[in-house]
Design a protein. Structure first.
Length: 315
């Protein structure tokens, strides 16, 4: 069975995606050889009148409970730090990354997922009100206890990631070995606001690519790789921030390459991400088996060197 080199994004499972559809998607993903399932404790609080979140983790936990033996075949990726707690408006009311908040978050995730460990645990967003030493020590205790296998940073400024890793190194603690940021073939204008992107530092830049490529232990995960369907659906236009000459040039070459290969632009984008240097793990959110099949085909596609060079050359 071929290796599936992307993560199944479960953000909408249990909220916008109903239980049966989510179960069908999870079953098909695992049957195809998929192992990485990405969620978060806050998914999807914005769909809940009570703002509670936890929908996705609970659904995955139910699915695992009904599939004996499957837990040993998958790796669960979840996050903490962005879950709303108490009153007020998000993001001011998020749980943050204090030691007590991290401990409570992990205990909740383990309970909802119905597992004794999390394979990859992410700090979901920065919390500059808490010293890096406090967060780092709390994360190290999770690894030491066996509750967490690996650590990742999502939507963090790169300098904060590096500083956190140095703090961990100085104290002999395990530290971040993965980054999760937004990334796709098309990029918005630098500094431009994108309506569906609330994280200020949640973007892959050339500096991120260089950093991950220079640090062997680091891996890079990319969310929103298919821009919410904008590559293939007329009813999903690109945000205004993508309206610049670089987008037009890249779309032209992307379309040419897709036509030459005889596949959709979605498949070319996924192949470009997974086959690059450094390789990127896309997090693909789907709501139908047909969309999942498209993602499986795209991630399995190997781009010839000449075509990849053409895609890479466009500024």
């Amino acid at each position: 069975m071929a290796q599936v080199n992307f993560a199944l994004g479960a953000m909408r499972f249990g909220s916008q995606v109903d239980e049966q559809t989510a179960f069908d998607l999870l079953d098909r993903f695992v049957d195809a050889g998929g192992t990485l399932i990405d969620t978060a404790n806050c998914y999807a609080f914005w769909s809940d009148p009570n703002g509670a979140g936890g929908h996705s983790e609970r659904l995955i936990g139910t699915w695992l409970a009904r599939r004996p033996g499957v837990r040993d075949r998958v790796r669960l990726s979840t996050k903490a730090g962005a879950q709303p707690v108490g009153g007020g408006e998000w993001p001011a009311n998020r749980e943050g990354l204090s030691a007590p908040a991290i401990k409570t978050a992990v205990e909740g995730s383990l309970r909802r997922l119905g597992t004794d460990h999390i394979d990859l645990f992410w700090t979901h967003m920065e919390d500059r009100s808490v010293p890096l030493e406090e967060t780092g020590h709390a994360l190290a205790l999770l690894v030491e206890s066996g509750a967490v296998n690996r650590l990742g940073a999502s939507n963090h400024a790169l300098w904060r990631v590096e500083r956190a890793r140095l703090v961990a190194q100085a104290n002999g603690w395990p530290s971040y070995t993965a980054l999760q940021l937004r990334h796709s073939y098309l990029r918005p204008r630098p500094g431009a606001a994108v309506a569906d992107q609330s994280h200020r530092f949640g973007w892959v830049t050339d500096e991120v690519i260089d950093y991950v490529g220079s640090e062997r232990e680091l891996t890079l995960w990319a969310y929103t790789p298919l821009l919410n369907g904008a590559y293939t659906r007329d009813d999903r236009p690109l945000a205004e921030a993508y309206d610049h000459p670089g987008t037009a040039r890249r779309l032209t070459v992307l379309t040419e390459v897709a036509d030459e290969v005889g596949v959709t632009r979605n498949r070319i984008v996924l192949a470009w991400l997974t086959g690059g240097v450094p390789a990127v793990t896309p997090i693909v959110g789907v709501s139908s088996v047909a969309q999942l099949e498209e993602a499986l085909a795209g991630a399995a596609l190997v781009l010839p060197g000449e075509l990849r060079a053409r895609l890479d050359a466009v500024a």
